[in-house]
Design a protein around this ligand. Structure first.
Ligand code: PEP
Ligand code: MG
Length: 323
């Protein structure tokens, strides 16, 4: 079985009836890239850049970041690399920024909210990304977008930095895709509007579940509410994928749910085309998808969406599981 999985590392991610999907890896830094490639990942679906900012005493410079992004893009050899801009706040602190304490950090100045309040930090990262873009296939992704205004502000700043670099004669890739994470229910519900202004969505189920259920993802006392299979989550996921598809945009998923072998047939049935997961899950996922067909997963999702609780959905998909 291990040898069979190894063989799949060089194969495309395709179902028994010929439907191609993208199985990408989540990474936290340069040190994870080799593992992504060894496991045959079709790309990087989420680079959590906050790790470049953590475990140190000062902000990483533009030059340091440029080297890192360029290295990752280069090592991925032209495969898609989705780099998420800084997602700090919530449970991830940067002591050297000495930000004011918040009573609800997960509902506070986190991710793109922080970046829009500290444009200097944001612009440095965007310049590093733009300069690195010629080394491979870069996609830039903004986390924790709640409203269109945040997306527009972020895109405006990105455009300004691009224009500055171009006027300095710095080469920048022409085809950088710009997308957002869908991890706040307000964004999911408004996805048809947001879809007009992005190239792609990536669903962050870790936060989408937390915010939909109003249950802190770090708090064990309410861990029972972390319910990926809840019909409310499945409906949001379907809504997002359909909204993107109507605008000709693609949707991926980079939360933990994307690497769950039991969930994958269901997510395929909801129309998902890109799955980003830990590198070690890529080959098992590819092997599973090779045994599935579109007819089967469409029916599975349609029937699952008739159910009313996570328990019912889970039991139903587990019964039909091939994992
Ligand atoms: C998510 O929220 O699902 C996600 C992928 O982002 P993070 O876990 O880094 O918040
Ligand atoms: Mg998140």
């Amino acid at each position: 079985r291990v040898a069979e999985l190894k063989r799949l590392a060089a194969e495309p991610s395709v179902s028994a009836d010929g439907v191609h999907v993208e199985l990408a890896a989540n990474i936290g830094g340069v040190e994870d890239v080799a593992k992504a490639m060894e496991n045959g990942a079709d790309g990087v679906g989420l680079f959590r850049t906050e790790f470049l900012y953590m475990g140190r005493n000062s902000l990483p410079t533009e030059e340091e970041q440029y080297e890192t992004y360029r290295h990752v893009l280069d090592k991925m050899k032209g495969k898609r690399v989705v780099i998420r801009t800084l997602d700090i706040g919530g449970d991830k602190e940067l002591p050297y920024l000495s930000l004011p304490k918040e009573s609800n950090p997960f509902l506070g100045l986190r991710a793109v909210r922080f970046c829009l309040s500290r444009e200097d930090v944001f612009r440095t990262q965007l310049r590093a990304l733009l300069r690195a873009s010629t080394a491979g296939k870069l996609n830039i992704m903004f986390p924790m977008i709640a409203v269109a205004g945040e997306l527009r502000q972020a895109k405006t700043i990105l455009g300004e930095e691009r224009a500055k670099l171009e006027s300095e004669g710095v080469p920048i890739a022409a085809d950088i895709e710009v997308g957002i994470m869908i991890e706040i229910p307000a964004a999911a519900l408004n996805a048809d509007y947001l879809a007009k202004e992005v190239d792609f969505f990536s669903i962050g189920t870790n936060d989408l579940i937390q915010y939909t259920m109003a249950a802190d993802r770090m708090n064990d006392a309410v861990a029972y509410l972390y319910q990926p299979y809840h019909p409310s989550i499945l409906r949001l996921v379907r809504m997002v994928i359909r909204a993107a598809a109507r605008e000709g945009k693609w949707t991926g998923m980079c939360g933990e749910m994307a690497g769950d072998l039991t969930a994958i047939p269901l997510l395929l049935g909801l129309g998902l085309g890109e799955f980003s997961m830990s590198a070690s899950s890529v080959l098992p996922a590819r092997e599973l998808i090779g045994r599935l067909s579109k007819e089967e997963w469409s029916k599975l999702a349609e029937e699952a969406l008739q159910l009313g609780t996570q328990e019912e959905v889970k039991q139903f998909v587990e019964q039909r599981s091939h994992a």
